[in-house]
Ligand binder design. Structure first.
Ligand SMILES: C[S@@+](CC[C@H](N)C(=O)[O-])C[C@H]1O[C@@H](n2cnc3c(N)ncnc32)[C@H](O)[C@@H]1O
Length: 319
């Protein structure tokens, strides 16, 4: 399969090639200690809190172990009872519940896809996702986890220390999604002819627009046997307009993660339309649709950083 992928030079308009490559190496060395890698721990902490709720939407018994193992988040809560304002805290209340709801919805999406016969799962920007360990997947299923090497190394260490065993074959693929990840994936045994479910959960808005377009094209090309893709998009034209929203402010002030600094703020491609043009059927939902369906989760509020969030579900028929 011949590849044209956005080089770091072409995908980062404001940085020179050597500088961009050096900053990628530096980000990778950080693992989960900082930069975008730390956002994987934010989601893990949210999943830990969700797991311990009496009305939990999703269960991840590994999540709190990641939080406890990382010096960067030694003082983060893993239960809502450890947060003085409880659910009134915009970060550990509403935002964490958002991640809990997203986990549940995408768990259901993966489980529904394997019921339909899909046997490969590819987690793009897998972070500390433990679906290979906790979902009841068929034994002949393979889960590929793509993230940067430093993040996957931290994950491996924590899971090894817990003697955790995946329920199915699990293949970590350490690679930067701004580089040629297709070669990395296909060289680990991924088979485009096997019906595949792809997840890009909390990922695309960190990537430069060219890398997102490349990713969507690649998912289409690598789905020759039929497949499904779920991804999260943000529709806001100007994300900075939400800088003072409760969620972004709390995340910045309480744990020092400035999400708007990590997001790629350039114009985004319309990936749902792109997939439709390639013959996929797509549906776009708001998170609030699922809050209503499950009877719990975030609801709209004024100056809402979640207002433009959409969860897109796409299907490509098999041959
Ligand atoms: C918010 S976390 C979400 C992790 C996981 N999908 C989840 O929902 O728990 C974003 C993840 O995307 C990964 N990521 C961001 N940019 C990336 C890139 N250029 N290449 C590979 N992974 C990347 C980060 O390392 C991080 O693990």
């Amino acid at each position: 399969m011949s590849e044209t992928f956005p080089t770091r030079e072409s995908s980062r308009s404001t940085t020179g090639g050597d500088t961009a490559a050096a900053s990628t190496r530096q980000a990778d060395a950080e693992g989960v200690a900082g930069g975008v890698g730390l956002t994987a721990l934010l989601v893990a902490a949210a999943r830990a809190i969700e797991t311990h709720r009496h009305d939990s939407l999703a269960q991840d018994v590994y999540a709190e172990h990641f939080v406890r193992a990382a010096p960067a988040c030694a003082d983060w809560p893993v239960r809502i009872g450890q947060v003085p304002e409880g659910d009134d805290n915009p970060l550990w209340g509403r935002f964490a519940r958002y991640f809990g709801l997203r986990t549940r919805v995408l768990d259901d999406f993966v489980l529904g896809s394997v019921l339909d016969g899909f046997r490969q799962v590819v987690l793009l920007g897998a972070g500390l996702d433990t679906r290979a360990f906790r979902l009841d997947l068929p034994s002949d299923c393979v889960v590929f986890e793509i993230d940067r090497a430093g993040v996957l190394a931290f994950k491996h260490q924590v899971l090894t220390d817990l003697s955790a065993a995946p329920r199915v074959k699990r293949v970590p693929v350490p690679v930067d999604l701004r580089a040629d990840w297709v070669t990395a994936l296909t060289s680990t045994g991924f088979d485009p002819a096997v019906p595949t479910v792809w997840l890009a959960e909390g990922l695309l808005f960190y990537l430069p627009s060219a890398a997102e377009t490349y990713l969507i094209d690649a998912v289409d090309r690598l789905t020759t046997g039929g497949g499904a893709l779920a991804f999260e998009a943000k529709l806001e034209k100007d994300l900075l307009a939400y800088r003072d929203s409760a969620i972004y402010t709390a995340t910045r002030e309480q744990i020092g993660i400035d999400l708007l600094d990590l997001f790629d703020l350039g114009p985004r491609p319309d990936s749902a339309a792109h997939l439709t043009a390639k013959g996929w059927s797509t549906s776009k939902r708001t998170p609030f649709d699922f809050t209503r369906r499950h009877g719990r989760g975030p609801l709209p509020e004024p100056n809402d950083a979640l207002e433009g969030n959409r969860w897109v579900f796409a299907r490509k028929p098999g041959p």
